[in-house]
Ligand binder design. Structure first.
Ligand SMILES: NC(=O)c1ccc[n+]([C@@H]2O[C@H](COP(=O)([O-])OP(=O)(O)OC[C@H]3O[C@@H](n4cnc5c(N)ncnc54)[C@H](OP(=O)(O)O)[C@@H]3O)[C@@H](O)[C@H]2O)c1
Length: 318
């Protein structure tokens, strides 16, 4: 009996050791090593109240930046502001109302931001949803929140970024961009069903990568650089959008086999702060290093066409 207990205990310790080894070598990912300080700089991060966005905001606040969280829910955002102020010791963390599901909210946010914030040094387009349905403006909700609204926000804030150059735009995409497809007949139209949610998410994440690619072209010679990234597979609230039957088991699995939000924020922090990566403007990063894109995200004509299509949907085309 005692022997059996000893064997059981030894097996558990062995399993735990194996898990720690696997977590550190294959799950946790690389840590951003630089010690860049951000005193006097202003960072705007969309969806900074939860998950990867909140962990990124905390790190940048610790580096001394003024951090503006652009969030849709006042209560959740103010709780995050308090947490980040307390944990970073930086009082320059503020909330401004931004609902990416409504283009009029994006315009109102940009107006208020430009009125109240003299600087913008780092814009982090982080917020994202995995969902079906329609935005307030009648578009595919994931396409709007993940791509179109960020496209508009970046457009409206670009002059301020140029005035504060050297400055940066960071887009949190996903490795699922690889399964995305830009079909100009349908990408912006609402969909239903599980497959629809998955496809919309992948398409919107491909749009993030193509947006950054074309933005880099248009920003040549301005000292504003831009980067897209995959944060890794991260245990966050994004799983709340999954259907009930998959949510519970996958939440346990993701808790065990996905990295936590602090580790998931490292590539965002790297792209926002690493000196000397400006020559890689327009590129895609994973685990704090540049990674080659798959052919579907490397087509410059597709990036240009998506840019013009997005402008047309937003009424920005001249
Ligand atoms: N987790 C992963 O494994 C993973 C992998 C690849 C890429 N990503 C990307 O990482 C980014 C952050 O996701 P996460 O994993 O940290 O998920 P999360 O915990 O669900 O956080 C998403 C954030 O986006 C905000 N948001 C959603 N809809 C919004 C809207 N209409 N207007 C303004 N903000 C809105 C959320 O605000 P509320 O709290 O109000 O909902 C929340 O702050 C996303 O772009 C996601 O696609 C995540």
């Amino acid at each position: 009996m005692e022997m059996a207990l000893e064997v059981l205990l030894a097996s558990l310790v062995g399993l735990l050791g194996l898990y720690i080894l696997i977590y550190h070598n294959f799950i946790k990912g690389k840590t951003c090593q630089n010690e860049t300080r951000l005193q006097g700089k202003t960072v705007l991060i969309t969806g900074g109240n939860a998950g990867i966005g909140k962990a990124t905001a905390l790190d940048l606040a610790r580096r001394g930046a003024r951090v503006v969280l652009g969030c849709r829910d006042r209560e959740r955002a103010e709780a995050a502001v308090q947490d980040i102020r307390r944990e970073s010791g930086n009082k320059e963390v503020v909330f401004m109302s931004l609902d990416l599901g409504s283009l009029s909210s994006v315009r109102a946010f940009a107006e208020a931001f430009l009125r109240s914030e003299p600087r913008l040094d780092i814009l982090i387009n982080n917020a994202g949803v995995y969902c079906v349905g329609k935005s307030d403006d009648g578009f595919n909700a994931a396409f709007q929140v993940n791509h179109l609204a960020h496209f508009l926000l970046t457009h409206l804030l670009l002059d301020r970024l140029k005035q504060c150059a050297p400055s940066r735009v960071v887009a949190v995409s996903s490795f699922l961009y690889q399964l995305g497809r830009i079909d100009f007949q349908n990408i912006h139209l609402p969909v239903e069903g599980r497959l629809g949610a998955f496809k919309s998410y992948c398409n919107s994440k491909l749009a993030n990568v193509l947006h950054v690619r074309e933005l880099a072209n248009r920003l040549q010679g301005t000292d504003v650089s831009c980067y897209a990234l995959h944060p890794g597979s991260v245990h966050t609230k994004i799983l709340r959008y999954f259907p009930g039957w998959i949510k519970s088991p996958s939440t346990v699995a993701s808790w065990l086999f996905f990295r936590d939000a602090t580790n998931g924020a490292q590539t965002s922090i790297y792209c926002a702060t690493q000196e000397g990566i400006e020559k890689l403007s327009g590129c895609y990063f994973e685990d704090c290093r540049q990674k080659d894109l798959k052919p579907n995200a490397r087509d410059p004509m597709l990036a240009k066409k998506l840019w013009e299509f997005s402008e047309k949907l937003l009424g920005l085309a001249s």
